[in-house]
Ligand binder design. Structure first.
Ligand SMILES: Nc1nc2c(ncn2[C@@H]2O[C@H](COP(=O)(O)OP(=O)(O)OP(=O)(O)O)[C@@H](O)[C@H]2O)c(=O)[nH]1
Ligand SMILES: [Mg+2]
Ligand SMILES: [Zn+2]
Length: 336
């Protein structure tokens, strides 16, 4: 699988100046070689739910981890009471190196970036075809974040009982992104199982999108209720504004090797942290055309060599148009 991630292991607070400076630490840290491996399923105000072997264990972060936050999808080392019994609390002493990170900022001017999900392979960008109306700008932003973070995008268009997907699919055709079109009444049948086989098996997939698009409906259809119960974790489906998902939650797929991660609805997807020059990496067919570009070309400026190269017939103009649209999405406000 192609990966575009840059230093995925860096902390989500790296853009903040360190108030204490880089004073070397003098205390010798315990090594915790005996720590057990676990995976973070959800985080709720400092309470971190982990899967350790087949037990759901509640834990908190050890002080020695400092400000580094454990997020859903993290592989962690735990010590203490790992029985998973009521009223026990383990300690997370280590967060393993991440192979991908999905980050976002609240908006583009906000330097505080948070890691939404760690170690996902795939980003399912969920968009309702109606109610709420699709917002291509938000989709574009999610795609940029996926390319930047090393996740392969999958477009999931929901509520096809309410509107046709044709227009949206036309917009994304040139990007060559895999897509699925779903509707709630079909999910109950064998359709969900087919989805799992085709797109989700063997992967960790994070579902993101605006509130009310049907992320939880989808995830719940993919993970049967009895299986959700065993993890003790349930995300309810939005009904009239209630039950909106409030924290990301990882659930294991049934009869498959993968995980699905439900996340709270987002209004915006700030890209302050993204280096626009990396977006070209998601367009390998255009990369050879950048040889004639000026140094540090943004590929969205008058001197960019791509225009002439594409005009010579080396690549599909629709691909360049799509690249430019993604590059421009960072400059534009989301309502545009
Ligand atoms: N008509 C129709 N309604 C759907 C479909 N899928 C989901 N819904 C409804 O849309 C509403 C929102 O669904 P949720 O799954 O809670 O949406 P969500 O994306 O998880 O929302 P947040 O947790 O707030 O981010 C619910 O009332 C669902 O029943 C669909 O395919 N068609
Ligand atoms: Mg939800
Ligand atoms: Zn260029």
């Amino acid at each position: 699988m192609r990966r575009y991630g840059k230093n995925p292991d860096e902390d989500d607070i790296r853009s903040r100046p360190n108030p204490k400076g880089n004073r070397p630490r003098t205390n010798i840290r315990p090594k915790h070689e005996d720590a057990s491996e676990g995976m973070v399923l959800t985080v709720d105000r400092g309470r971190i739910t982990c899967l350790v072997e087949d037990r759901v264990v509640l834990a908190m972060k050890a002080r020695e981890l400092g400000r580094k936050a454990a997020v859903v999808g993290d592989q962690v080392g735990l010590v203490g009471d790992l029985s998973g019994k009521k009223d026990t609390l383990a300690r997370i002493v280590r967060i393993e190196k991440r192979h991908s990170v999905l980050r976002r900022t609240a908006d583009d001017d906000d330097p505080y970036e948070r890691v939404v999900v760690a170690n996902a392979d795939q980003l399912a960008v969920v968009t309702a075809l109606a109610d709420p109306e699709p917002r291509p700008r938000l989709i574009d932003r999610c795609l940029v974040a996926a390319y930047d973070g090393g996740l392969e995008p999958l477009l999931v268009l929901t509520k096809s009982d309410l509107a046709s997907p044709d227009e949206l699919l036309e917009t994304y055709k040139a990007l060559g992104i895999r897509y699925v079109v779903t509707r709630r009444d079909e999910l109950a049948s064998g359709y969900a199982a087919g989805l799992v086989r085709e797109y989700l098996d063997g992967r960790v997939t994070a579902f993101v999108g605006h509130s009310g698009v049907g992320k939880t409906t989808l995830v719940n259809a993919l993970v049967p209720e009895d299986r959700r119960r065993t993890t003790g974790l349930v995300n309810a489906v939005t009904g009239r504004g209630r039950h909106t998902t409030t924290s990301a939650l990882a659930l294991p797929l049934e009869k498959a090797d993968g995980w699905v991660i439900d996340t709270p609805g987002i209004r915006s997807f700030g890209l302050h942290h993204v280096d626009p020059s990396r977006v070209i990496l998601a367009f390998p067919d255009l990369v050879p055309g950048t040889e004639g570009c000026p140094r540090a070309c943004s590929h969205d400026e008058p001197d960019c060599a791509l225009d002439a190269w594409v005009a010579e017939g080396h690549a599909d103009p629709a691909r360049l148009y799509s690249l430019r649209r993604l590059l421009a999405t960072r400059e534009r406000r989301e309502g545009d």
